[in-house]
Write a protein that binds this ligand. Sequence first.
Ligand code: LLP
Length: 418
Amino acid sequence: MGYFNYQDGQLFAEEVSVASLAKQFGTPCFIYSKAAIEEQYKAYEKAFNGHPSLICYAVKANSNLAVLNVLSKLGAGFDIVSGGELDRVLAAGGNPQKVIFSGLGKTKDEIISGLEAKIHCFNIESEAELHRINEVAKTQNQIAPISIRVNPDVDAETHPYISTGLKENKFGVPIASALSLYKQAADMTGVHIIGIDAHIGSQLTSIKPFLNSIDCLFVLLDQLKTEGISLSHVDIGGGLGIKYDQEEPPEPSDLINSVREKFADRNLKIVIEPGRSIAANAGIFVTRIEYLKSNNTKSFAIVDGAMNDLIRPALYSAWQDIIPVKRSTNTELKRYDIVGPICESADFLGKDRQLDVKSGDLLAVRSAGAYGFVMSSNYNSRPRAPELMVEGYNTHLVRDRETVSDLYRNEHLLPSEE
Ligand code: LLP
């Protein structure tokens, strides 16, 4: 389980006891392992083995400044989807020249911010967006480097909410119209074509869909060449899955080795946008049991963490492992639904989990480093949990726990009538 292991029956994050962190910082909280983040990034880097590449961490997976800073120090690029994410990358010391801007609804202001920062590439998702970027760049006296996101109509074989490369999805440009869009772009003075990209979905547990997608891109690439349009990079998107439960996803090295083989006789830089596979298993979410409760059919462990903190179980019926922070020696386990205090039946972190627990015990939800804190909300006026980053024996508080007054700081009473 990487950097979260038991030592004498107590769960540790690297060399720090999780129970001691819960005591010091309170619960619920997110705990990240710096070494785990670094290891995953380096696994990609090593696998490229000198092939020209740009690893653009998908900021949406976990955009905490400390996480971005750790990656930026390793030389990472960043895949962003908003002006907000661009700001974060810059605030964390990221290199704008290694930033690619994905997303299908870029506003004029976001395009201007990207141009001002001199980002590496705008990934374009529609004809209308191409026209807007061209116009905005011209009024800014700039030339926007662009790639067109092609929808290769490949089945990523993943959850429908996180599948993006099928024709019914809203993402990208249908492969059949991409050629004519490239031809239009080639005649524009505000854009400069540098690449092509596809992202077909998230939590992919086999390499095949990636390779199918690359094959589609290569067909288009060859057609472009005959039109005199040459590209310098192919961006294969993100999406490599992780092990939450029984999945056996390929390692980054397996994926990159197969991808490199495909690119062997092509003089092209490979861009990749991994998010989950870098951050997910570098984090846990720690919560304390407030009450145990049973009715005739079920037993519940009511915890202080909830769907507002970690929405994946409620939103996607996602399964994430839930383990006790102090391992029990009792072999007689009881089946619980682990639920939060929010007034929604969807407010659960896990169902039917076999545990030996009592009120006051701590639980850790694994694989919470990606799409955890970033998807949290303040529903039920719950302040968001703090984020901690462990580095060996040291712990850094990388985001404070919100206070309730933080939540209504921007709200205003109506003026009084007198
Ligand atoms: N590039 C693009 C254009 C994307 O849309 C995404 C994720 C990524 C890269 C990174 O994908 P990853 O390597 O993390 O799979 N909230 C969902 C996942 C949504 C993914 C959205 N796009 C979840 O919790 O499962």
